[in-house]
Design a binder for this molecule. Sequence first.
Ligand code: 4FV
Length: 246
Amino acid sequence: MNFDVLTLFPGMLEGPLNESILKRGREKGLLNVTVRNIRDYTEDKHKTADDSPYGGGAGMVLKPEPIFKAFETLKAERPGEEFLTILLSPQGRLFHQRRAEELSGEKRRIVLLCGHYEAVDERVIDSLVDEELSIGDYVLTGGELAALVVIDAVTRLLPGVLGDEESAYRDSFGDGLLDHPHYTRPAEFRGMQVPDVLLSGNHAEIEKWRRREALKATLEKRPELLETADLADEDRKILEELKRIG
Ligand code: 4FV
């Protein structure tokens, strides 16, 4: 999986890319992330990458020239390679697990363009951007954290990145539901017991309990997810019962 990140603040990505699972993914050669500073593609002595908005108003806008130059350099360095260009912005489609799964199968290089200041010049979006993605309905200081969210959510789905102890075998949202509760030792802590079924060793009963708890959590916290979740008839029966007992 290849990500090329274009940003004015490369330092914001260093930490997460050099820790834990992302670091290991890069060491295993399963993940390749290049981080380029848009300012390196400016041509004036002040390395100007932003300017005031036409039509007035507060804030600054990222200039088109350095971003176009960065793109053309990237493409020239990788002749024949295909690119999928994503702008991280609040105007984008909401990023979710299904999109992470789709991107984890992506063969093209993924360019993540990180906005900053008020916005990016619209001509960049019209000419270079294939997709706008938002990580949520709030405003960040820049797209860097959003780019890291996308890299993290996609990378952990790549075969071989997660070790057994971290497997994504049954992720939250994996089947569109929230996750069931998890417990570990000690079986009793300050009077709080681990549910007996989890100590029973009866895997069929444990799976039933986990499914019921996942349905209950989703019904209580994110009922709208039930509209798109992959539900079996048995699940619908449990949901009816849960609604009845309230
Ligand atoms: C954002 C989001 C986000 C907007 C102005 C960067 C900022 C500044 N990106 N999901 N929410 N971006 O707030 O992706 O340019």
